[in-house]
Design a protein around this ligand. Structure first.
Ligand code: ME8
Length: 495
């Protein structure tokens, strides 16, 4: 089954931060999951490079906007390599095929009579790159950017968004455009139902850094219209439209659930199938902002912890659709507790016992231990699947950790060190159960912790195939005579 996932394309006015990392990792987790279940998955990410904001920052730095965009875009791309993000395309809005697609898209809108020329009079926040109403300001400033918006009065071309109100409401109500979590769906619906939809200006006369309007090159295309079309550009190349899932945070919900589907319907295309809106990070309880100096740099995080630790922490810490707090203290506590003491300790204890009591060779017993609850493993698989299908990552991770706890408890209850002296048959059964649990864990953890998954598999003497789940969920796959490898602890405790 084809499954086309997108992240937002990020602005290149500044270096990547933990928020960008979060959304992109979610995409990568889903890619790895869909590969495992045999889907033909495609992940799109990239950078949003045009517009007044980027031009302004480049000018301050004394370089051309494109040169500046090249630098920051390269930072995003190299960051994704460091976190092993498996994207299929990294799109840039300065890519030639995108510029062509945008021009074609706008030409279609015009031909279908959804564009007219008028005069835009009003406010514009460069931080959001969006038109603002007086009622959206706090003390005369944009609340998100703490910046007084510019007053614009200029000729502009408009898209007849107002014509799409009832179609959009219908689409969202019946989940043909599924917006999750429910609270975000209700937010969009109450926005749409609460007022008349206004037409939206889709061109700027005084912003040179953009794609020219195909029929009037005195205007460039409004950066959000340019940016949203990126999904369509990439899809066209591979015949992927409609997108199955657009990932994002709540800041850009309306662009994706109002303007974007309307633009698509207007040219006779299908809207995206679903949009998932995750929460916002705060840092030590405070809003993350440059002025507070608390922006978390994903590159710096990697200087302190391996990428798997960061990946799993971010998704276990709080539900994907809710706001949550990041702090280095919480990260360290998670590392020492759930990684070193629980997961790492389980793997190390079990492999050490196989090494010490069975010469490092797994024996597959004929008998079973009736006290061992194999159901716990199959239950974990079903929670794993439903949580990944519904983007409830932390629920799936909780289930995995419950299995880890169960296995640690099983060791304490059975005391293999005692069995080694008295009952070698029971010992073989107990150690086989434990090594099998570890094997299952390596696959369950794969979408979240790919390095750890392959490390555990290597130590178990099996090769981890990332693309197929078939049979791996069964019990008893580890073969008699498999040689394990004992090595350093996976997550050495930190002081
Ligand atoms: O909006 N917590 O780009 P952008 C969690 N170019 N996620 C966060 C976050 C936070 N504190 N801050 C940012 C743009 N994000 C446009 C998008 S798409 C056609 C154009 C993440 O660089 C989150 O995914 O401001 C959010 O939606 C996105 O970064 C905004 O990135």
């Amino acid at each position: 089954m084809k499954y086309f996932i997108t992240t937002p394309i990020y602005y290149v006015n500044d270096a990547p931060h933990i928020g960008h990392l979060y959304t992109t990792l979610a995409g990568d987790i889903l890619v790895r999951y869909h590969k495992l279940i045999g889907d033909d998955v495609y992940l799109l990410t990239g950078t949003d490079e045009h517009g007044a904001k980027i031009a302004e920052v480049a000018e301050k730095k004394g370089i051309e906007p494109k040169e500046f965009a090249d630098q920051i875009s390269a930072q995003f791309k190299s960051l994704w390599a460091k976190y092993d993000v498996k994207f299929d395309r990294f799109i840039r809005t300065t890519d030639a095929d995108h510029e062509i697609t945008v021009a074609e898209f706008l030409t279609k809108l015009k031909e279908k009579d959804f564009i007219y020329k008028g005069e835009y009079k009003g406010l514009y926040c460069r931080g959001c790159e969006s038109y603002k109403k007086q009622s959206e300001l706090v003390d005369g400033k944009c609340p998100d950017h703490n910046r007084v918006p510019e007053e614009l009065s200029e000729p502009a071309y408009f898209f007849k968004l107002s014509q799409f109100k009832s179609q959009l409401i219908e689409l969202i109500k019946c989940n043909a455009l599924l917006i999750q979590p429910e609270i975000r769906k209700n937010e969009v619906l109450s926005f749409l139902q609460g007022q008349e939809l206004e037409d939206v200006a889709i061109s700027r006369q005084n912003v040179a850094w953009g794609i020219p309007l195909p029929w009037d090159n005195k205007h460039t295309i409004y950066v959000w219209v340019d940016a949203l079309i990126n999904y369509y550009t990439a899809a066209k190349e591979k015949n992927l439209w409609p997108a199955d899932l657009h990932l994002m945070a709540k800041d850009i919900l309306r662009f994706h659930c109002v303007i974007w589907p309307a633009m698509l319907i207007a040219i006779g295309e299908k809207p995206p199938k679903s949009v998932f809106v995750h929460g916002y990070f705060t840092i030590d309880g405070q809003k993350m902002s440059k002025s507070l100096g608390n922006v978390v740099d994903p590159d710096k995080l990697l200087e302190q912890y391996p990428r798997d630790v960061i990946r799993v922490f971010l998704f276990k810490a709080f539900p994907f659709g809710s706001d949550g707090d990041f702090s280095f203290d919480l990260l360290k506590e998670f590392y020492n507790g759930q990684l070193a003491n629980e997961l790492g300790n389980l793997v190390q204890r079990v492999l050490t016992m196989v090494k010490n009591y069975q010469n490092g060779v797994i024996t597959k017993p004929k008998d079973i231990d009736p006290t061992f609850e194999i159901d716990k493993v199959s239950e974990t698989w079903s929670l794993w699947k439903s949580s990944l299908d519904n983007l409830q990552f932390e629920l799936g991770l909780k289930a995995i950790w419950a299995l880890i706890k169960y296995a640690n408890q099983y060791i304490d209850d059975n005391k293999p060190w005692g069995l080694a002296k008295s009952d070698s048959e029971k010992l073989a059964i107990v150690l086989y159960n434990l090594t099998e649990v570890i094997r299952h864990l390596s696959i369950l953890l794969l979408p979240y912790m790919p390095d750890t998954a392959s490390e555990i598999s290597n130590r178990l003497g099996i090769k981890l195939q990332e693309d197929l789940l078939v049979d791996k969920q069964n019990w008893g796959v580890l073969k008699d005579g498999t040689k394990i490898e004992l090595s350093e602890a996976l997550f050495p405790r930190r002081g």
